[in-house]
Design a protein around this ligand. Sequence first.
Ligand code: 13P
Ligand code: SF4
Length: 359
Amino acid sequence: GEDELDARIMAAKRTLGDRVVVLGHFYQRDEVVRHADHVGDSFQLAGAARSRPEAESIVFCGVHFMAETADLLSRPEQAVILPNLAAGCSMADMADIDQVEDCWEQLEDLYGDMDAVGDDGRVPVVPVTYMNSSAAIKGFVGRNGGIVCTSSNARTVLEWAFERGRRVLFFPDQHLGRNTAKAMGVPLDQMPMWNPRSPLGGNAEDELRDARVILWHGFCSVHRRFTVDQIARARDEHPGVRVIVHPECPMPVVDAADESGSTDYIRRAIDAATEPTTFAIGTEVNLVQRLAAQYPQHTIFCLDPVVCPCSTMYRIHPGYLAWVLEGLVAGTVHNRITVPDDVAAPARVALERMLAAKP
Ligand code: 13P
Ligand code: SF4
């Protein structure tokens, strides 16, 4: 039962002490979050992975790309463990390294030498990848003068990229890319989308030449479910409601909301509200329900009335957490995530550029 699992997890953590650190993303279920030493958004958890060099093992309760990032940022001796190897991210899988390399070659044919700095001091394109991508993609970006962003620093990172390049190739999330670039004043007709299944991504040459941001054809299946209708209904039923959504939501949803931001932005906005407030939130339901319980002075609900869980985040069942921790007690490392050196070196370059760009 649940109590028994709780007891097993706590006993193993007690035995391991400082030898292990448990990280939990905001979207994890409560039964996991309550055992995490650090809970946060993906940027904060990347920082947490770096800030615990004394721990022998980092147990990452999140999805695969987050564990890979933790491996990139931790010491080589530290083992990063993903309690269930089936916890992936469907959006991260949408940027396949072969397709991205192919896109890059086609763009090079069009724009010329990608390393050539023009009279304006800029190269033709700077690649930017959302944190929600494989280490192979981060490595590609690092090798080609690019940078990683998270939902909490996307604008700062795009500003960094536009200082260096005339255009940005942004992947995998079209919505984060479009929402961020639009807020910076980039016109929509200068943001063509790249469909990896079509030549030139399905675009005309002229469109690509005039592009400022080329958006990869990726999306989050959880955040794609939020709609403008849901926001209209929330405003109707709750006059004065504050609508906050994650920037992975489609552009019309972000435009109809009052604010958008990362998971930690959402948490901070609620935390900072001094008057009892009604919040309608467009992000993963485990986080929304936890915030509702933590802030009973406010009314907090998920914009999607059905329920909107991230099914892969949910694959970190507390039973797996108990299993990997008890493995460590017995001296066995289960489910270690390691990024091969040839990918890790350039991927670290791309991550370090992000950390230096400051959110
Ligand atoms: P955050 O960086 O806001 O935590 O988002 C991660 C994520 O996967 C959102 O779907
Ligand atoms: Fe990936 Fe979406 Fe789940 Fe985030 S919520 S981990 S982007 S599938």
